[in-house]
Design a protein around this ligand. Structure first.
Ligand code: FES
Ligand SMILES: [Fe+2]
Length: 363
């Protein structure tokens, strides 16, 4: 292969997976209820090993998870005095700013280099967010997942997480193009009736919203259970909002054919992607039902469980194998991997009507 061919190959791969990160942004490190008092939680984010813990005042600290003495992972140590991490190896202690505040040995001298990086952290929408860049953190930039706030637990599904062995950009591609639901999630999240959909693409500030509206379709399995008596034919709507770099919020549901979506029911589907490395991604997800039409508590508990387990199955057993295989194909490709683009209706781009639902149900 000539040098020019090599460069063309690399360039084509970068079109699929850029291999870069936006650092000055908030990423989900964990769900809030997954970090208990006294716990040291290790998590690699944007290739940086990080340890998280709750301080005695309830606020969360995030430190580089590598002791500067002999590089033992701090998460193997313990929280001491409520606010410090003690290294498991020789006992140096670090406060939440990352400074070494105790050397139990000899002269007890603390060298200036005895410190680790600390990262800004905030808690919002039931998640722990970490700011990975060097610029000052901007709390106004925490993505809006307020649909998770103040909802009855009964109508919110499990706050879950999986790891996908692929670059996060491939997962964004998966989530913004829900045409795959008719094939990969046939019968569960999509079906042959939902292949034909009106597609809209909008830009809202820095967000991009892709809508799909399938009219007069049979309700896919997970949607059919949401109504007390589901009509034989429904309109199925989806609106996926991408909040760059890697957080997405989907509004999806069904209504009677020709009715307004507000008369129907469905759920807000939350997809939070946090790059672990160039080729692995933490995938946090949950869902919150809206316009709940089923009144019975026992039934609602069953629906809650069904949405939790079905979505995990869809992502882990159906999406992940294909996305991971895509990553492998791209890595192994010896010839250019320029993706083809389907033709699409020109009027879909910039169409803000989105089947009449834009601005009426919050997306
Ligand atoms: S490696 Fe941490 S104190 Fe020695
Ligand atoms: Fe999917």
């Amino acid at each position: 292969m000539t040098r020019a061919m090599e460069l063309e190959l690399l360039d084509s791969k970068k079109k699929m997976v850029s291999g870069t990160y936006l650092c000055n942004a908030w990423y989900v490190a964990a769900w809030s209820d997954n970090l208990a008092d006294g716990q040291l939680l290790s998590r690699t984010i944007l290739k940086e090993p990080i340890v998280l813990f709750r301080k005695s005042d309830g606020h969360i600290a995030a430190l580089q998870d590598r002791c500067p003495h002999r590089f033992a992972p701090l998460h193997m140590g313990k929280v001491v005095g409520g606010d410090r991490v003690q290294c498991p190896y020789h006992g140096l202690e670090f406060d939440s700013s990352g400074a070494c505040v105790l050397n139990p040995h000899g002269t007890k001298n603390i060298p200036p280099r005895a410190r680790v990086r600390s990262y800004p952290v905030t808690e919002k929408h039931k998640a722990i967010w970490i700011w990975m860049g060097e610029q000052p953190p901007d709390l106004a930039k925490v993505p809006d997942f307020s649909v998770l706030d103040n909802v009855p637990e009964m109508h919110a599904t499990k706050r879950d997480r999986i790891t996908i062995r692929a670059n996060y950009e491939l997962i964004i591609d998966n989530l913004l193009d829900l045409s795959h639901t008719s094939y990969l999630h046939d019968g569960i999240l999509g079906n042959s009736d939902t292949v034909e959909s009106e597609i809209t693409v909008e830009q809202d500030g820095d967000d991009v919203i892709v809508g799909r509206y399938a009219r007069n379709a049979t309700a896919p399995g997970l949607f059919a259970i949401l109504m007390p008596s589901t009509p034989e034919r429904v309109d199925k709507f989806t609106r996926m909002r991408w909040m760059a770099p890697s957080n997405l919020r989907l509004l999806t549901g069904i209504c009677a054919p020709g009715a307004v979506p507000e008369s129907g029911t469905g759920y807000h589907a939350i997809h939070m992607l946090t790059p672990e490395s160039d080729k692995t991604t933490h995938y946090f997800f949950t869902a919150v039902r809206f316009n709940v039409l089923t009144a019975d508590d026992r039934l609602n508990a069953q629906i809650q469980d069904k949405i939790s387990t079905t979505r995990r199955f869809a992502f882990e057993e159906q999406d992940a194998p294909v996305i991971e295989a895509q990553q492998e194909m791209i890595d192994a490709a010896a010839t250019a991997v320029d993706p083809i683009i389907h033709s699409c209706r020109a009027e879909a781009i910039g169409d803000a009507r989105a089947g009449g639902m834009a601005g009426r149900i919050s997306v």
